[in-house]
Design a protein. Structure first.
Length: 216
């Protein structure tokens, strides 16, 4: 993921310099993380972000289909159709996807957090997870609003089915809980089935673990 792609987000992406036998090589920070099979979702989700994340997952699968991919999530959510592009790709590719929330995973981002491989969905202790039903700001004549309302209801049902599948909750409970903003702490998200572990620290020598979990 290039630095140029991130300049539009109005912040500076640090550059990491590595020294090898062939000399020095500079990476933007996100490209360096990608070398360790780490993808970073730290923005609202739109089509551009979805395309970048899907492309990174497909690239990492082509590099090594047996190696897990980690997606770190700190996102307020975003476009539901862009989220579905990421979700479907997560389910499609061969590597297990480990999802880790820090900060927040709200709305569409919470669905992606829950969509990680079983046993590999995590959150840091102070994380905030928020679920709610999709909404539309559609305007226009009555017939257009009816079409938009029908589409929103279809998306809502689809999201409820996905969350029920990944959490073990009933679709009816998901529907009732998301009538309004449904906010959970990391431990509450674990109890609900959105994640598997609340993590606090890991061995810094080995990026892949071990990770110390917090008991509920």
């Amino acid at each position: 993921m290039s630095t140029q792609n991130f300049r539009a987000q109005n912040y500076l992406v640090p550059t990491v310099v590595e020294r090898t036998n062939q000399g020095e090589r500079a990476f933007d920070l996100y490209s360096r993380l990608l070398k360790d099979n780490i993808i970073f979702l730290g923005t609202p989700i739109d089509d551009n972000i979805a395309n970048l994340i899907c492309a990174q997952m497909l690239h990492l699968e082509s590099e090594n289909p047996e190696r897990d991919i980690s997606i770190y999530i700190n996102s307020p959510g975003g476009d539901v159709n862009a989220m579905f592009a990421i979700y479907d790709t997560m389910q499609y590719i061969k590597p297990d996807i480990s999802t880790i929330c820090f900060g927040q995973a709200a709305s569409a981002a919470a669905v992606l957090l829950a969509a990680g491989a079983p046993g590999k969905r995590m959150a840091l202790p102070s994380s905030r997870i928020l679920l709610h039903q999709p909404y539309s700001g559609s305007q226009g004549q009555v017939s257009d609003l009816e079409i938009a309302a029908s589409e929103i209801e279809r998306l809502r049902t689809q999201l409820e089915m996905i969350l029920a599948n990944h959490t073990g909750q009933t679709q009816e409970k998901i529907k009732n809980d998301t009538e309004r903003d449904f906010i959970l702490t990391a431990l509450e998200a674990k109890e609900y089935g959105l994640i598997d572990q609340v993590i606090q620290e890991r061995n810094v020598v080995d990026r892949s673990g071990p990770i110390r979990a917090i008991d509920s």
